[in-house]
Design a protein around this ligand. Structure first.
Ligand code: CEZ
Length: 794
């Protein structure tokens, strides 16, 4: 039985095995946590670098977020074993590690909590997980209910994995004063000067209980004995051994013997997390002693800061639910946490700031200023933004990419459209390598000029070891290779910047950048147009790729999307490239990033071609890239086509599709497996990675494209671009301090879009002089199948 049903802002899954990786995520200001329906959990917190308190069973390499999670028997998780004291039957909640099929099961993903319910043989366990606003504490409420008409004697064992903490020092013991299992470790290090950092770390993992346990165990091996994780020997004994753990793998497991009358329930509370020392654990115990309600209210207050730009009602309730609840939540998560990295990639940081524009614009504003304060005086942007003074560029940020300046004007344009806060451009900001403080406007000029200058004798942008596409590391490492996409990025950035300059009355400068964009577009068409679509780049050896002659990687989505966005593609080119995308890249799960996926290393392109076909950049339905294309389709006036692809970003609406993706529609993932024409059996599977630049673009698409409620200098432009099969929608638009209620409907007799506000026609479809607190009722009348506005700016 698989029935993910929506219940307001909560999705409920009723089967623990059909979509085993179905998951939800929770976060707060210092941690994030990803949990599956079966009870596996991946959690990390910042101190200030990402750290763990529930580790895998082997020492883990420090890396960035993996493209796809994999789960295995000893994967970190939070579970409850239950033993019937009379029959000795055992099951576990939510499902792993015993894997006994429950009689009743649900996994409910809410915006503020995750809840599992498992019933076996008349005993029901519900596990509810919440987080407080700032501290990395998991707040667990576990309720045990006897659903039968008879008295039952059972033992219940909350089992929280601690895993392999450290090769230098790890152990664990039950602390009776704290009523907690406390596992201790020393984060491994070798350089003496690291000691100063390590000694401040929260190197203890604790499981704190508010109900007195009858027994406990702290050593994984002693807990499991020969029975293994599926049937630990020690729970078959009357009592857990109450042992200590001395440089073995620690675990936190407690035993409660319960005698429950017919229908009786017992509730227990636990806190699980990292701590510096026992004193800190004692403080934590006091903090939550009166219950979790205060923490819940405080977290609710944090989430309430997320004020979505639109609330909608359309003929597609699942899409509504995503737009109204989950999209703003996912955007807020990205912008508030920077994906829990201390050196977010610059392009991610700036795009996440764009997403904040729609839910909490002041955070987006500060992020633009902060990013610009790390710009070089030359105009170049660094590969990552360092969020605290000692932070360092790590992983991919040590590889030079040349696209980071592109995102500044493009994303700032969205912020300015939303807020009309042109004062931002006059703020003075320093550089990372100079004390000079220049205005944001001057910083932006430098960024765009840097892009314009960073071109070869043909006028094409150097790619170095990557552009938006991280693993395209061999195209230009010799200093000659160029990127078609990035050249388009430069043209698009220059024209976005020209628009901003024109909006602030700087017409001459605007004309200069516009002319630059036009010239670059001419060059793009001369070097990259391949007859039916745009090529992706030219290698160090002068070989064009992403072209008809290529057996693999013949067509790349980004060069088509950005060929439209930058204005290089005329109507004929647009029509041709859209046809090519439809034929070669579109799949039932969205548009793929490239096709055919590479099956062999191309040494002149790089490690992208070594990735598994259909995975991440090698031809998956990479949602971030799909979002660029959808945005471009709205720009091109292709609303039906755009909606079709937008809808495919979300699992559903039908159950077969949800099953195939293996994910609930509570977030848009980084990608769905692609290479649909090569590997149809796995195509469509979700990556389950909920950190993705897709989100801010989907928000922009929803606001500017689908619902057409984009801010302009003087007010709100109203121009919905609904798919032709939608007859009506209603939108509540939160905008510049007020709420505007909009109803749009198709009418037989309508010839063109007409917009009325409080009964009066708005001729240019712009609602002006918006005053805070004033009420606005807008009616939009649309012709039967609107293709109005084709090719207009959005
Ligand atoms: O990371 C994303 C980046 O965060 O890949 C995007 C890029 O634009 C984003 O800034 C496209 O390349 O290093 C790798 O090979 C990884 O594939 C990362 O590039 C990737 C994801 O984490 C995996 O999808």
């Amino acid at each position: 039985m698989m029935n993910p049903s929506k219940d307001g802002d909560r999705y409920i899954l009723h089967d623990p095995v059909k979509m085993p990786k179905a998951s939800g995520f929770l976060w707060n200001e210092n941690m994030m946590l990803h949990a599956t329906c079966q009870g596996y959990v991946t959690a990390q917190f910042m101190q200030p670098e990402p750290a763990k308190y529930s580790h895998p069973p082997l020492m883990e390499a420090k890396t960035f977020l993996l493209p796809e999670p994999s789960y295995y028997a000893h994967h970190p998780g939070r579970f409850v074993y239950v033993k019937d004291e009379e029959s000795a039957q055992v099951f576990s909640a939510p499902y792993a590690p015993v894997h006994r099929r429950p009689d009743v099961f649900s996994f409910a993903v809410g915006k503020q909590d995750l809840t599992w319910q498992t019933e076996c043989n008349g005993i029901e366990i519900t596990m509810r997980l919440e987080l407080p606003r700032t501290e990395p504490h998991e707040l667990w409420t576990i309720t045990v209910t006897n659903k039968t008409g008879d008295a039952r004697r059972i033992s219940v064992y909350p089992y929280f994995t601690v895993g392999y903490m450290s090769w230098m020092n790890q152990g664990g013991a039950y602390n009776p004063e704290l009523q907690a299992v406390v596992c201790s470790s020393v984060t491994p290090y070798q350089k003496y000067h690291d000691y100063a950092k390590v000694k401040t770390y929260k190197d203890k993992s604790f499981l704190l209980a508010y109900a007195l346990p009858d027994a406990w165990e702290t050593c994984q091996q002693r807990f499991e004995g020969e029975g293994g994780i599926g049937m630990p020997e020690s729970i078959l004994q009357p009592a857990l051994p109450c042992g200590e753990c001395h440089y073995e793998m620690p675990v936190a497991v407690l035993q409660y013997r319960l005698a429950l009358h017919a229908g009786e329930s017992q509730q227990m509370r636990f806190v699980f997390g990292p701590a510096k020392d026992e004193r800190a654990i004692a403080d934590i115990k006091t903090r939550y002693a009166d219950g979790f309600e205060a923490a819940r209210a405080e977290y609710g207050g944090y989430l309430a800061q997320c004020a979505p730009a639109v609330q909608v009602q359309t003929p597609d309730p699942d899409l509504d639910n995503y737009i109204n609840h989950w999209l703003p939540r996912q955007a807020f998560f990205h912008g508030m946490t920077n994906r829990l990295s201390s050196d977010p990639q610059t392009r991610n940081y700036i795009q996440d700031a764009m997403g904040m524009t729609y839910v909490k614009p002041e955070v987006g504003r500060s992020a633009f200023l902060f990013a610009l304060s790390q710009q070089k005086r030359s105009g170049a942007m660094p590969d990552g933004i360092l969020l605290y003074p000692e932070a360092e560029l790590k992983f991919i940020n040590q590889v030079p990419h040349s696209d980071h300046c592109v995102w500044l004007p493009i994303c700032m344009a969205a912020y300015l459209a939303e807020t009309a806060d042109h004062g931002l451009l006059d703020e003075k900001v320093p550089f990372c390598d100079s004390d000079e403080r220049l205005t944001v406007k001057q910083h932006m000029d430098l960024a765009v000029d840097w892009l314009i200058d960073d071109r070869d004798e043909r006028g094409l942008n150097y790619i170095r070891q990557g552009d938006w596409n991280d693993p395209m590391n061999a195209v230009g490492y010799q200093g000659k290779g160029v990127s078609g996409w990035l050249t388009m990025g430069t043209a698009y950035a220059a024209s976005a910047w020209a628009d901003i300059l024109a909006d602030t009355g700087k017409n001459d400068e605007a004309a200069h950048y516009r002319a630059q964009a036009e010239e670059i577009n001419r060059i793009i068409n001369a070097y990259f147009w391949d007859g039916d679509w745009y090529a992706r780049g030219i290698t160090d050896d002068g070989v064009r790729f992403g072209v008809k002659e290529d057996d693999e990687g013949r067509i790349y989505l980004n060069s088509q999307s950005w060929g439209i966005l930058c204005g290089a593609a005329d109507a004929q080119k647009k029509a041709r490239l859209m046809k090519a995308v439809e034929e070669q890249l579109e799949s039932p799960y969205g548009a793929e990033m490239l096709a055919p996926a590479y099956t062999n290393m191309r040494e002149d392109i790089g490690r992208l071609t070594q990735k598994y076909p259909g995975v991440t950049e090698n031809g998956s339905v990479y949602n971030h890239a799909s979002a660029f294309y959808i945005y471009a389709l709205y720009l091109a006036g292709e609303e039906d086509h755009a909606y079709r692809l937008l809808r495919r970003m979300l699992p559903g609406a039908d159950q077969a599709d949800i099953l195939r993706r293996g994910q609930l529609p509570v977030f848009i993932p980084n990608y769905y497996r692609g290479a649909y024409r090569q590997l149809p059996d796995v195509a469509g599977r979700s990556s389950h990675l909920f950190c993705t630049g897709t989100i801010s673009w989907v928000y922009r698409i929803v606001v500017e494209g689908l619902f057409g409620v984009k801010g302009v200098g003087e007010g709100l432009e109203i121009n919905p671009k609904l798919p032709s099969h939608w007859d009506r929608v209603s939108i509540i638009r939160r905008f510049r301090g007020t709420q505007i209620r909009i109803k749009a409907e198709r009418r037989q007799d309508a010839k063109e879009i007409e917009v009325f506000c409080n009964g009066k026609p708005l001729r240019d479809r712009v609602l002006k002089d918006i005053r805070e607190g004033e009420s606005y009722e807008v009616l939009v009348v649309l012709p039967q199948s609107s293709v109005e506005g084709k090719g207009e700016d959005i």
